[in-house]
Every structure is written in C-alpha cells, then in structure tokens.
Write a protein that binds this ligand. Structure first.
Ligand SMILES: [Zn+2]
Length: 162
C-alpha cells in the first residue's frame, strides 16, 4: 500500500537514536516520494505497482531528490512552525533521505511480490517473505513505540517530577 504509516515506525526509532543527526521530516518526505510510482500505477490500473523506483538504483535517485528538496523544504516548515530545532544540514538531509528510501525498499521488499530490488541487473525479489508480513508489521510498530518512548523520556521525566 502506498504511503503506509508502517514505514514511519522505524523512522521514529531512527530519530530517537540519531537525534539532531537525523531529520524525521526528510525521512517522511522520502517515503512519500517513493510511493508516487505505485500510486500512479494504481490509478492507471497497471498489472504491477512497484517498478524502477522500488529498486536499489531507484532508491538512490529518489534519495538524491529527497536530499536536495529536504533541506530547504524542511527548514521552511520548521521556521513556519516556530519549533526550536537544530540546523538541518546538507549531510543530515541526504543521510535521512537515503535511510528513508533504502529502508523503504527493504520493508516493501518483504511484502510485495511484484518488486524487483535488483533491477535492472536481476529480476525477482530475494526479500519476499524473508519474515512473515505480520512479523514485519509488528516490527515496524515496535520500532515506533520504542522510538516514541525514547523521545518522550525527557518530557515524561519533567511531568513526573514532584
Ligand atoms: Zn513503497
């Protein structure tokens, strides 16, 4: 499914671990860019949904685009929101974008039969069914909960202060 929120679970954990070295916003933007192709194919009623974008090569191209767009768009949104934040640097933008696109093809690869991660070098999907889809969803959910707990640590401690 395009724009599945499950991709964001690991993103929350990456943010909790990476702190100011990881942009959840650029990561999220990369998820949206990755799933434009499947969305267009759904509307066109194509026989398959995951084409070149869902490959190692495609993830590089989309990661590069997300990295270039991520910094200016992310900075603008953060400025509008008025939220205090660390500067969104180019390395952070590109790192977050590539983590976004490559984690995307790994997670999607486990569950989508029509994916060809090694296109154009090889067909087929070696990631398919590596773990059951239910376990994949549980993993993504657990990442989100764990990351959320780590991120909430500071504010929670403040709340619980006598
Ligand atoms: Zn996808």
């Amino acid at each position: 499914m395009p724009f599945t929120p499950f991709h964001l679970g690991p993103g929350v954990l990456f943010k909790a671990v990476g702190g100011r070295h990881f942009s959840f916003m650029v990561f999220g933007g990369a998820q949206v860019l990755m799933d434009i192709e499947p969305l267009v194919r759904i509307y066109r009623q194509d026989p398959f949904l995951h084409g070149p974008t869902h490959s190692v090569l495609g993830a590089f191209g989309i990661g590069a685009v997300a990295g270039v767009l991520g910094k200016p768009i992310g900075e603008t949104l953060l400025r509008w929101s008025g939220i205090a934040h660390a500067p969104l640097t180019w390395p952070v933008s590109f790192l977050s974008a590539f983590i976004g696109t490559y984690s995307h093809i790994v997670l999607d690869g486990v569950m989508h039969r029509d994916m060809m991660p090694l296109w154009p070098l090889a067909g087929g999907n070696p990631l398919l069914g590596v773990i059951p889809v239910e376990a994949l969803h549980l993993f993504c959910l657990a990442c989100g909960v764990l990351g959320g707990l780590i991120l909430a640590r500071g504010p929670l401690r403040q709340l619980l202060k006598p």
